[in-house]
Ligand binder design. Structure first.
Ligand code: FAD
Length: 462
């Protein structure tokens, strides 16, 4: 009998959640992370007095997801500042307005749609995996303001920009969760104690319950024999780039990979999986299906906003680059993330994933995008500090368009390998970002244990 029950690959949101829940349930567990930072795509790093996040900007959990996971672990995930308003750039008027201006003339239309959504079961919404959001909305209203509300939220949450590309199931399941749990269409907040605090708490929960988190320890491969998981082989730096490693083996009957679709087959041998399942992974890993954007951190001394510091801004076509995008003040969410007297802004211009490797195109788009921002926010001409970043490798996730979500994602359990699970938000899962990753982990842990955990959790797969 192996001395470890389960090995979890990756110490991001999914890996730490899976590790902490399994340890709390009395399983011996090792979370094995290749890099030096906790949090994976959600990691936070200090830079010149600022706190920059690779991924985590705002957390989108109405309360029944990662928040309940914390509670179940005997901890608290404090909801810090929440976004207060959504402002949208009106292309025709070349100016800003509140999303409320678009639907508030006849609120009865929005009310009707919310009632219909709350009366529709999650199971029914899941049947909309291959349809656009507008197709579902059109059954209940023809009001453009209501379409705008739902579709601008889709731009912010799923980074899709054309109305026909917003997935019905994905968006509606999130809207229903947010209405049910937080009583509003979209709820996003800053985790109290910051992103590093959030991941630190999850790591502590693993350790407190007797588990281990091994950092700087890459897994070279998952070991599979006769359709059963045997453990993992650990990697180390190669002396020759083509060296075949014979590193240390950690034995376990269960391996939970949290690697996204674009890196999982480097570690899980494709030959051990059915061809159709591996093909599904490869299909979703394509560049053009990765959510990609031109990212900018900008700092100013004077605040720059339309209505209030804690607003979220979005648009579907910026004046010059024509990119859709988002913008918010991170300092308004957490003053500790920038030096006193400064404001740190986070913004993104969403680009087609297929263009992200063309660096000349990317650089040109950055120039246009920065001009766009200065036009939309003249106060940004006074920005004294900035950092560009390209979101593609790693990406935010697989784009959530119709036909690329829900049942069109590979199942979390390897079909033919006993003990091999995939707890990743790029596999079958629902929600947004870090919360989605935590819900994916919960699904896998419950499947592995063969029972639901008694944590009063909100909806998740399984
Ligand atoms: C720019 C950007 C902005 C984002 N903004 C938000 C946001 O505002 N809100 C939000 O909720 N989400 C956001 N996300 C998405 C969010 O960060 C991810 O959905 C979430 O962090 C995914 O967590 P995960 O655990 O599933 O995967 P990951 O975080 O990718 O974790 C996988 C882990 O596995 C490790 N690993 C890889 N290979 C190996 C190996 N061979 N052996 C061992 N370990 C290995 C990696 O180092 C990593 O730590 C953003 C992402 C990006 C990139």
């Amino acid at each position: 009998m192996p001395e470890t029950d389960a090995i979890v690959i990756g110490a991001g949101a999914a890996g730490l959640t899976a590790g902490a829940l399994l340890a709390k349930e009395g399983r011996s567990v090792k979370v094995v992370e290749a890099g030096p930072h906790l949090g994976g795509r959600g990691m936070a790093v200090p830079e010149e007095g600022f706190k920059l996040n690779l991924g985590g900007h705002l957390l989108e959990d109405g309360g029944g997801g990662i928040t309940k996971v914390f509670e179940y672990l005997g901890r608290t995930l404090g909801h810090g500042a929440a976004s207060s308003d959504m402002v949208v750039w009106d292309e025709e008027k070349c100016g800003w307005g509140s999303i409320r201006d678009r639907y508030s003339s006849d609120k009865s239309e929005l009310k009707k749609v919310i009632e219909a959504l709350l009366a529709t079961s999650f199971e029914e919404l899941e049947r909309w995996d291959d349809r656009p959001l507008r197709a579902w909305l059109a059954q209940h209203t023809s009001d453009q303001g209501v379409y705008d509300l739902f579709e601008f939220i889709a731009v912010l949450e799923c980074m899709t920009d054309n109305w026909w590309d917003h997935s019905a199931s994905e968006n509606l399941i999130c809207r229903k969760l947010h209405y049910e749990e937080a009583n509003r269409a979209a709820y996003s907040f800053w985790p109290e104690g910051g992103w590093d605090g959030l991941f630190g708490q999850l790591r502590d929960a693993v350790v407190e319950h007797g588990g281990e988190v091994l950092m700087d320890t890459p897994v070279e491969s998952v070991l599979i024999e006769d359709g059963e998981v045997k453990g993992v082989r650990l990697g180390r730096d190669k002396v020759l780039p083509n060296e075949v490693l014979e590193g240390e083996v950690l034995e376990a009957d269960c391996v939970i990979s949290t690697l996204p679709v674009w890196s999982v087959l480097r570690v899980v041998p494709e030959s051990a999986l059915p061809d159709w399942y591996a093909a599904q992974i490869r299909f979703l890993a394509q560049d053009h299906l990765k959510i990609s954007w031109l990212g900018l951190y900008l700092a100013t001394e004077e605040p720059v906003h339309v209505n209030s510091a804690a607003e979220l801004a979005t648009w579907t076509a910026a004046p010059r680059s024509r990119l859709s995008g988002f913008f918010f003040n991170q300092t308004a969410m957490d003053p500790a993330t920038s030096p006193p007297g400064t404001n740190l802004y986070v913004c993104g211009g969403i680009i087609p994933g297929a263009k992200a490797r063309d660096m000349r195109w990317v650089e040109h788009q950055f120039e246009l995008f920065e001009e766009d921002l200065r036009e939309m926010y003249p106060g940004l001409r006074g920005a004294y500090w900035r950092r560009r970043h390209l979101v593609h490798d790693p990406s935010f996730g697989v784009i959530q368009k119709p036909g690329l979500v829900g049942v069109f994602r590979p199942h979390w359990r390897a079909p033919n390998v006993e003990g091999l699970y995939f707890a990743s938000e790029t596999f079958r899962s629902r929600g947004i970002g870090v919360d989605r990753a935590a819900r994916a982990a919960l699904t896998v842990v419950e499947d592995y244990l063969g029972r639901k955990l008694d944590g009063n959790f909100g909806w998740r797969y399984g």
